[in-house]
Design a protein around this ligand. Structure first.
Ligand SMILES: [Zn+2]
Length: 149
């Protein structure tokens, strides 16, 4: 995948349920609440943190992959990712779209951490444009041109 190594590693950890969300911490440390630190209304699973948290879903809904991603809240990260790949792989711009998803996942996670650890919020629109910017930087650096759809 055409993304920076940190983004690739993060996507790998996400689909293997390896990111440190509250629900996972709670399994090892029962005194840590499993609730989502942002909405306090559901356990913070990887998918809740990255896709289904309402503000985050708003970002996905306005993203270039809005029509493809699954909104099934019972999906595990691996199945969510696989369904996306399956739906997109035969379409044009597959590489660009999968990279966009990876950057968006990464950006959403960074923003979640900023909120949890530094108590700072970011607007959903800002998050989306930052993810697109990161991806464009990668393309400029490696291919000397922005991604073209
Ligand atoms: Zn939540």
């Amino acid at each position: 995948m055409r993304v920076t190594p940190n983004v690739k590693l993060f996507a790998w950890r996400l689909v293997h349920e390896g990111i440190s969300v509250k629900a996972k911490l709670n399994e090892k440390l029962p005194h840590v609440s499993s609730l989502c630190p942002r909405c306090q209304s559901a356990p913070e699973t990887p998918m809740h943190a990255i896709v289904f948290f309402p503000e985050v879903l708003q970002i996905w809904n306005s993203s270039p992959v809005a029509s493809t991603i699954s909104r099934d809240p019972n999906l595990k990260a691996w199945d969510w990712w696989s369904q996306f790949m399956e739906a997109e792989k035969s379409k044009p711009n597959f590489r660009i779209k999968s990279a966009q998803v990876a950057y968006l996942l990464w950006q959403i996670w960074l923003v979640r951490n900023t909120l949890v650890f530094e108590d700072q919020r970011q607007e959903p629109g800002e998050i989306l444009s930052q993810a697109i910017l990161l991806e464009e930087e990668y393309w400029r650096y490696h291919f000397l041109r922005p991604p073209s759809l």
